[in-house]
Write a protein that binds this ligand. Structure first.
Ligand SMILES: [Zn+2]
Length: 841
């Protein structure tokens, strides 16, 4: 029990001491603010599904106005979304968004939790969501978080009563919270958790409603509000010099990869929460009404409160260290409190106040940002007392090692002390990497076996420095993570996490290799050194039916940070096949099978992520006609590279250069996803694209969106076509071939139902809902319980050529190496054409 509480209390510590940024020494006003929070003993938990779902206005209000301990439980880490600031997708995007949430919480004063649920992509209904997530496991994680965090009040972002009206993950988060509210206090529910924690009954459950859920402000104005609590979240905090809305906007603006940078707001603003469980507060502005949030709440707390309330009341803003004797007395009394939860939590808060009030600066910086298991590293410790307080530094010890030094030195006012400590990193130390990615999970769930890690935002740091201090003869221990502290001329001072990495990692440049025929291909594997003077063997694991020029090759790299590329030649089998290849580095009797991804941005601490290194190899038997493809690249489009892999020569077309006759040399022209949405000039080039088709060209247009306000492109196709928001999100949904005899299904590759197996994430999106009679719909598909959608692939002859519009997710399927998608794409490029490869010269 003690262990777990320490974990959750540990998160609080990181609120004031961040890894990335310089440790901020709070001003006296900020210390006063934490003192006010110290004197509030109440907890609120906000629950939703994704990074960015959280209402930072309300989280900031509860944390800074109410002064409650406030948490946000995001069921997922947002792996499924898009990234506006860099290349990270899927697991790596989840790591980036985890850090953006932590950055947001550092601003609004909240804490952050997660479940094991994975953001697998869009789902229309909670039934689908809860089938793909392991519902029992995710519910267990919500119960676990409630039991550990012990909220008095829970607030859902979404309405559990309206399935189908928003993302299935959203409604699911509210439904699971609604259920967990009672289960958390049920001894028979998730009883195995009770070896590590205890039951807990929150007092109230709310839904964070707004006019949006009612359709309009007018309807919301007329709604019955007798079950609603109204909070003015525009309040101004003189102590912080900011209004609540300004803090909330700053917090939201940490979600940069989602494009959430936004303007700050000022002035009064109402927020509503609707009571779902528990009793309605009498005072309609206080969600904690009737809940004792004073020190009297806990046995032995009253005496602690008497001291701390007096310090708050008489706080000296010009000489705060004069309160040290009272704070130390309160700290000593607090150690006698029997309630583990409150003792641990409030001791952490109080220790940080004692540290800050004394102007005490403690830092432990490793000489480099990482080392290897079994490595040696020097740690520089700085300690300086910037007050007249009587402080002695007795010992400094480093966790995960046996290293302790005993300076036993008085820290005199503003006299800096430095210590150098050499440590041997134990060879059994785990590599630093996000714990939820250590083992392969399923589509809907991360795999985490260690219950104590579940809920935590990030992997606990392996190396903590423990400072044993004596304040006025009273002993207090402070822990700090080891960091790496340096300066960059163009960035200034940088604080980076200190990490443990393997001696070497290996990666492929292409994650999917398509063998369109029986020809061998060269496969480069790059080894990166994370230690000096490494020498070993690289094996390439492959399926028996694939041939390789050598089972292993040797490497030697002199300098940490350098890399070496080894090239294997892989020969595909004679018949179609899909399998994986993976490198194994053999080095000093150890095997490493991971690749390293570094995520570095200014708004988050740098992240090192170790992922299984592998590439998919696909032997296809693809027939195609034509060779030269003109491609107008859309948004985030990897399709050109995929087409090159199956032997096409792909020419990227700058839309500005399109003029009469410039396209005629291509065997087919492809318009990338959302090209019309991102390339304004393209709309004015449509007549040349249509001329191209009229003269016998083959034009393939991939999905575009109709625009937020429903405006249509009048001339998207040579005949009328109406885009819609129709989508089929189940990648396994049945596909019916409507036009069985059409060339698209028969030439040059014969397409059958099997070609729709193994698709990823979805079938497609933004299908046209209406089209003129010239178009032939080729396929029909639907999500469970919905009408059949026939607009995923439409073709119309125009002049001597063909116009094809498709919302099928080729932009996902081709980079994932899905064979059926390649065949269908080759057919689109080859359909009924009079091939003249010599046209291009
Ligand atoms: Zn969301």
């Amino acid at each position: 029990m003690r262990y777990l509480l320490a974990i959750f209390a540990g998160t609080f510590l990181s609120l004031n001491i961040t890894y990335a940024q310089k440790p901020v020494q709070p001003s006296t006003s900020e210390i006063y603010h934490s003192l006010e929070k110290l004197n509030f003993l109440g907890t609120a938990l906000y629950i939703a599904a994704h990074p960015d779902d959280e209402n930072t206005r309300l989280i900031s209000y509860l944390s800074n106005h109410t002064k409650a301990r406030t948490g946000y439980l995001s069921l997922t880490r947002g792996d499924g979304g898009q990234n506006l600031i860099g290349p990270e997708l899927r697991e790596l995007l989840g790591v980036l968004r985890t850090q953006e949430l932590l950055a947001a919480r550092r601003v609004d004063g909240g804490e952050q939790f997660f479940s094991r649920a994975n953001d697998f992509g869009y789902s229309k209904h909670p039934d689908e969501t809860l089938e793909i997530w392991d519902k029992e496991a995710v519910l267990g994680d919500v119960v676990w978080t409630i039991r550990n965090f012990r909220p008095d009040v829970i607030i859902n972002r979404f309405d559990h009563r309206s399935p189908g009206t928003t993302h299935g993950h959203h409604t699911s988060s509210a439904m699971l919270s609604f259920e967990a509210f009672d289960l958390a206090n049920d001894k028979s529910a998730y009883s195995e958790q009770l070896k590590l924690t205890q039951t807990w009954q929150p007092k109230r459950l709310f839904f964070n409603t707004s006019w949006w859920f009612y359709g309009s402000q007018e309807k919301f104005d007329k709604a019955d509000k007798s079950k609603m609590v109204n909070l003015d979240i525009g309040t101004y905090y003189p102590v912080l010099g900011k209004s609540n809305n300004e803090i909330a906007a700053l917090a939201s603006s940490q979600h940069l990869c989602q494009g959430f940078g936004r303007l700050s707001q000022r002035g009064s603003e109402n927020e509503y929460v609707e009571l779902l469980k528990g009793t309605m507060p009498n005072n309609s502005n206080d969600i904690f009404e009737g809940i004792d949030t004073s020190w009297s709440r806990i046995t032995g707390g009253k005496a602690v409160g008497e001291i701390l309330y007096a310090v708050e009341k008489n706080f000296d803003f010009t000489n705060p260290s004069k309160h040290l004797p009272q704070l130390l007395e309160a700290y000593e009394l607090l150690q006698k409190v029997e309630d583990n939860y409150w003792r641990e939590l409030k001791s952490q808060e109080l220790k940080i106040i004692i540290l800050n009030i004394s102007g005490l600066y403690l830092e432990a910086s490793a000489e480099t940002s990482f080392t290897n298991p079994g490595g040696k590293i020097k740690i520089n410790v700085e300690a300086v007392n910037r007050s007249s307080s009587d402080i002695t530094l007795n010992t400094i010890s480093i966790s995960s090692t046996n290293k302790t030094i005993q300076p036993s030195i008085a820290l005199k006012n503003n006299e800096k002390q430095n210590f150098e400590i050499d440590i041997d990193v134990p060879s059994a130390t785990n590599y630093t990497s996000p714990y939820w990615l250590n083992e392969k999970g399923s589509l809907g769930m991360y795999k985490v076996d260690d219950q104590s890690l579940i809920g935590k935002p990030e992997t606990p740091r392996a190396f903590l420095v423990k400072f044993e201090l004596e304040f006025n003869e009273k002993s207090i221990t402070i822990e700090k993570p080891v960091i790496h502290h340096y300066a960059k001329p163009d960035k200034g001072e940088i604080f980076q996490p200190f990490e443990i990495l393997p001696e070497a990692t290996a990666s492929f440049s292409d994650k999917v290799l398509i063998f369109a025929d029986g020809e061998p291909k060269k496969v480069p594997v790059t080894i990166k050194a994370h230690a000096d003077n490494i020498k070993g063997e690289l094996l390439l694991n492959h399926s028996k039916v694939w041939g390789i020029d050598a089972e292993s090759k040797s490497f030697e790299i002199a300098k940490k940070g350098d890399q070496q590329t080894l090239v294997f030649t892989l020969t595909p089998p004679a018949t179609e096949d899909e399998s994986y290849i993976s490198p194994i580095i053999k080095l000093n009797g150890k095997e490493v099978t991971k690749e390293l991804a570094i995520i570095a941005y200014d708004h988050i601490p740098t992240q090192s992520v170790l992922l299984p290194s592998e590439a998919k190899v696909v032997r296809l038997n693809i027939k195609k006609s034509g060779e030269h493809i003109g491609y107008i690249v859309g948004a985030g489009d990897e399709v050109p590279e995929s087409l090159r892999q199956i032997g096409y020569i792909v020419h990227t077309i700058d839309p500005n250069t399109i003029a009469k006759g410039t396209l005629d040399k291509y065997d087919a022209v492809v318009v990338g996803i959302r090209a019309y949405n991102v390339l304004d000039q393209l709309k004015f080039k449509q007549r040349y694209l249509f001329d191209y088709v009229e003269n016998g060209g083959n034009l393939v247009v991939q999905y575009n969106t109709a625009g937020r306000w429903g405006d249509q492109f009048e001339n998207l196709a040579p005949y009328p076509i109406t885009l819609s928001r129709d989508r089929v999100t189940d990648e396994n949904s049945a596909v019916e071939i409507l036009a069985k005899k059409h060339a698209l299904i028969n030439y040059p590759n014969k397409i059958n139902k099997d070609d729709f197996n193994g698709w990823v994430q979805e079938r497609g999106l933004y299908f046209p809902s209406k089209w003129s009679k010239e178009f032939t719909p080729i396929l029909s598909m639907s999500d469970k319980g919905e009408s059949a959608k026939k607009g995923s692939l439409l073709i119309a002859p125009y002049g001597k050529g063909n116009y094809i519009y498709t919302g099928l997710s080729f932009f996902r399927e081709l980079p994932a190496g899905v064979p059926g998608a390649y065949k269908l794409f080759a057919n689109m490029l080859s359909v009924e054409k009079n091939i003249q490869p010599t046209k291009l010269n």
